[in-house]
Design a protein around this ligand. Structure first.
Ligand SMILES: [Zn+2]
Length: 316
């Protein structure tokens, strides 16, 4: 989901108050569940930011965008940890975003939130920014070409990705089109193909199973390459808000289950990470979509938490 708003520069200012530890409240679920793809905003801005983004995409939001609402959702859904993915939409945004990410990660074992950092492709001091994140044990960075307005195979991104993975950081990239910016081609599968053919690293994570609404091309060009894929926003029903305020929805997610299973197995189940894209999908519904899928129990365990655990061990 496009986070094209300046409000997400300080996406979370009050991580300390109102924190509750998050025991899984689903007694039937013994698995470790990690949602690798979520977004929150500062309390003072959250409702306005989510409304604006929701209207831009005519898309229903499931939470109000606050940290507290995400924590309640985690408790309700039996999600043990959530990974927050902020985006720097201007060159100066990395300062506030990364400072908050460090704060969040300092208490990750207690409040069960882990934040990525971010930077903008026009940050000439990208090495310094990445060194700083690595020093402070931030696990990775989020890149969102559609609202950073630059193609993902541009040299400015390639050098950031190359340096970040060389320093041990993961790089999570929005993949494919974006429902709130129809036609924007900054991160299409054709461009992502150039990235994965240039930089070979399993520290690159492509969101939305490698390219939302372009999965035939993902199967052709991305599946089997040295990248991880997240499951966010691909298996849950799409709920649109009509002009009269009614909500219409397509019962199935945009990626057919049969194709999803084929992609998972051909790519390698150990390189697939569960994600919801909350607040734009419901965490519980996203979790159920995996649980009720025809994947084996071992495959579900790997996707829902074990694969992420290997990436995030020091923050859990
Ligand atoms: Zn997202």
């Amino acid at each position: 989901m496009n986070m094209n708003t300046t409000t997400n520069t300080t996406y979370m200012t009050d991580s300390k108050p109102n924190i509750m530890t998050v025991p899984p409240n689903d007694p039937t679920c013994e698995r470790l569940i990690i949602d690798f793809h979520t977004h929150t905003f500062p309390d003072s801005l959250a409702r306005r930011a989510v409304l604006k983004l929701s209207q831009a995409a005519s898309l229903k939001n499931y939470l109000d965008g606050t940290l507290l609402d995400l924590k309640k959702s985690m408790q309700r859904s039996g999600i043990h940890y959530s990974v927050l993915l902020p985006v720097a939409t201007k060159t100066e945004h990395y300062l506030s975003i990364n400072s908050i990410a460090k704060e969040v990660n300092a208490t990750s074992k207690y409040d069960h939130l882990i934040s990525f950092g971010s930077l903008h492709p026009d940050n000439a001091n990208y090495k310094e920014i990445i060194d700083d994140l690595a020093d402070y044990q931030v696990p990775g960075i989020k890149l969102q070409p559609i609202n950073q307005l630059k193609s993902i195979d541009d040299i400015s991104y390639l050098r950031i990705i190359d340096y970040a993975v060389s320093m041990g950081l993961y790089v999570l990239i929005h993949a494919g089109y974006d429902i709130s910016s129809p036609g924007a081609e900054f991160s299409t599968v054709a461009k992502l193909k150039n990235v994965v053919n240039t930089i070979h690293s399993e520290k690159i994570i492509l969101a939305h199973m490698g390219g939302i609404n372009e999965w035939d091309l993902v199967e052709e060009w991305i599946i089997g390459k040295d990248v991880c894929l997240d499951t966010s926003f691909v298996l849950t029903p799409l709920r649109h808000i009509c002009q009269n305020g009614n909500v219409t929805f397509k019962e199935d997610g945009p990626l057919p289950m049969e194709q999803f299973i084929r992609m998972v197995r051909n790519h390698g189940v150990n390189r697939i990470l569960f994600g919801s894209d909350s607040p734009w999908s419901d965490q519980g519904e996203s979790l159920k979509a995996i649980l009720k899928s025809p994947l084996t129990e071992e495959e579900k365990t790997a996707i829902l938490g074990e694969n992420a655990k290997h990436i995030l061990t020091e923050w859990l």
